[in-house]
Design a binder for this molecule. Structure first.
Ligand code: AKG
Length: 339
């Protein structure tokens, strides 16, 4: 019995640790050749042996699971490999002189450096490290921290019931189809009650011609133990190629993107890092020239945009970081389609 528990714990760890399914089937070339199927079976197996029998799937659910891929996974374990730090003011950044009536001088520095990362096959990420002015971003962080009605809901992830490991809030236009994720349907708040959100939205629209976001999911990470697990925002209500614009405030945290598993024989954990626009391409590529995983250190006031088939073909996460000891707030703007 003890061995079984240890074995399932080990499988679970292999799973959460960077999605290393290959570790479970090392030397089994047939299995290695169909790693996608291994992934699916491991997920289903873990689901089936969870502690609370009432949460275990019935046979028909197992069959249904075999038909689809579930990407919401348990958290990454702690990792100190990259110290997450409180954002420090970069040289040459403008300092805002505005009060809180933002609109007059709500500085949008998006004309500045932006990195476009082609993820291939129609997926793309754009990263603008200095999207909003430094001081203005601190004021926004303070406002959001204080005025947003944050909640930490109970969710149902991967067959387990748990408290979502970060605070959240949902703002959207009236009359849109309801959002539901991980068994949770968030209450919808109005843009009108939070005017600064409208101004950030306007700045995002300005930076991304042709975009037209009508909903916003807010996340607050109080420290490094708060996180978001590997997932993709591929809910039907966002359509097949959703554009998702993510604005970050406060503590810098690492944002990881990983290609969904394919039939590759070995999942290499190689990270391409885009920590800042200033870093030279050669330095950035030093860690790897492989492109199945990317890492962005999301700066205070930055904007990251996921486009095309990124939600279909990639998963993303903000892992735990033991040394991230300050608040980070992240806003993800999305467009919900009317059905
Ligand atoms: O906090 C972040 O940067 C990512 C948030 C996220 O992945 C989400 O809201 O789906």
């Amino acid at each position: 019995m003890k061995t079984k528990v240890i074995l399932s714990d080990w499988a679970f760890d292999c799973y959460v640790e960077e999605g290393r399914f290959d570790m479970l089937v090392e030397n089994d070339f047939e299995a290695m050749d169909d790693i996608k199927r291994v992934e699916k079976l491991v997920m289903i197996a873990i689901w089936c042996i969870q502690e609370d029998p009432s949460l275990r799937p019935i046979m028909s659910e197992v069959s249904q699971m075999q038909e689809r891929v579930i990407d919401t996974v348990p958290p990454n374990p702690y990792s100190d490999s990259i110290p997450a730090m409180l954002a420090s003011q970069p040289e040459g950044t403008t300092t805002g002189t505005l009060g809180f009536g933002l609109s007059a001088g709500f500085e949008n520095e998006s004309k500045g450096k932006r990195q476009v990362v082609d993820l291939e096959n129609g997926s793309e990420v754009i990263y603008i490290p200095r999207f909003l002015a430094w001081d203005e971003s601190w004021k926004l962080l303070e406002y959001l921290n204080k005025h947003i009605p944050w909640t930490r809901p109970q969710i149902h992830v991967f067959g387990r019931s748990c408290i979502q490991p970060r605070d959240t809030c949902y703002v959207a236009n009236e009359g849109l189809p309801e959002l539901r994720y991980s068994g949770y349907q968030p209450p919808v708040y109005s843009w009108d009650d939070y005017p600064p959100l409208k101004q950030i939205l306007a700045a995002v629209h300005d930076a991304l011609p042709g975009s037209s976001f009508n909903s916003l999911l807010l996340n607050r990470y109080n420290n490094g133990t708060d996180y978001v697990a590997w997932h993709s925002d591929d809910e039907k209500l966002y359509g097949p190629t959703p554009e998702i614009a993510s604005v970050s405030f406060g503590c810098e945290r690492e944002f990881l993107l990983r290609k969904r598993s394919t039939k590759s024989p070995k999942v290499q954990v190689q990270v391409q890092s885009y920590r800042s626009a200033e870093e030279s391409p050669s330095k950035r590529l030093k860690k790897s020239n492989q492109s199945d995983q990317h890492s962005f250190m999301l700066k205070h006031g930055s904007l990251l945009v996921m486009k095309g088939y990124t939600q279909r073909d990639w998963v993303h996460s903000v892992p735990k970081r033991a040394r991230a000891d300050a608040v980070r707030i992240n806003l993800t703007f999305r467009r919900v389609f009317q059905t």
